[in-house]
Design a protein around this ligand. Sequence first.
Ligand SMILES: N[C@@H](CCC[C@H](N)C(=O)O)C(=O)O
Length: 315
Amino acid sequence: MRLAFIKCHGSGNDFPLVDAREIALDDAGWARVARALANRDGPVGGDGLLLLTPGGDGHAFGMRMFNPDGSEAETCLNGLRCTARLGFETTGLNAAQVRLKTSSAQAAMAEPIAPGVTSITTRAGPVTTDPGAVGLVGLAEAVIDAAIAGLPSERAFTALAIANPHLVAFVETVDEAELVALGDWCEAKPALIPNRINVSFASAGSGGLFVRTYERGVGLTNSCGSAMAAATFAAGLTGRIAFGREIVVRNRGGLVRARAEAPAAGGMVSVTGNATFLYDGVITVDPDSGAIDDLAVHSRRPDEVAAWAAVAGGA
Ligand SMILES: N[C@@H](CCC[C@H](N)C(=O)O)C(=O)O
């Protein structure tokens, strides 16, 4: 099949994005397409594959997200901004309820976070610390700023889901080698976390947070939107940053603004950030084998790239 896509990024978390509303392909086929298109050694590359999907049941449209290993995630909040932008461009809306794999989220066009940067606010949740929802096996109690027996780390973690699962540890300094070792351990589907989990180290400062994430199904990425949302909520739960306060969350790819509501106020998290389109492409994909060929790139968007570079350079 000839597949049209947009190469996009949210905070440096980059993806091929496909308008899949009229494409009939089963889940195994999309998983093969994700592995092929997101392959960093291939002609496109990315931190996963985003699909704009049909809405229904009060949703204007939907989003599905496949990691580069072909697994499907419950959500992807950097990707949601990009998918919502395409949804808005194709429907003429500027705000919508978006159907996700296991939940739904709000998305709305926002004031640009910097000149020339198309920006979107998403509101997702409620966040839960239920160990079952997080996928921690054998734990009855929520893990909030506590060591986890059986995890090869003595750090204090907060375990939460939004709807995808996250472990967040607050650290003085982010040690990437330590993060990668722990992320790799989680990727091996240990009995404690058989569904695997996204792992983040976050440092809190006066202006907000810096978050570095080892993503499930990916590895280290420039940023992870759901991890930034989870870290903001965890900072509220642990008293590091007041619930209800909008903060800046920095990452390797740039920054977003985030605000977590207290559990009693609903437990939702709002994130405002960029939805940058880099170029449009068309590629031939064999969904049975995952073979790809004949990439044609058109409609490069140098103005958007430059506008984001000014933000990321100063982050
Ligand atoms: N990068 C995403 C999260 C993508 C899914 C994640 N790897 C998972 O498997 O849960 C984001 O911006 O939220």
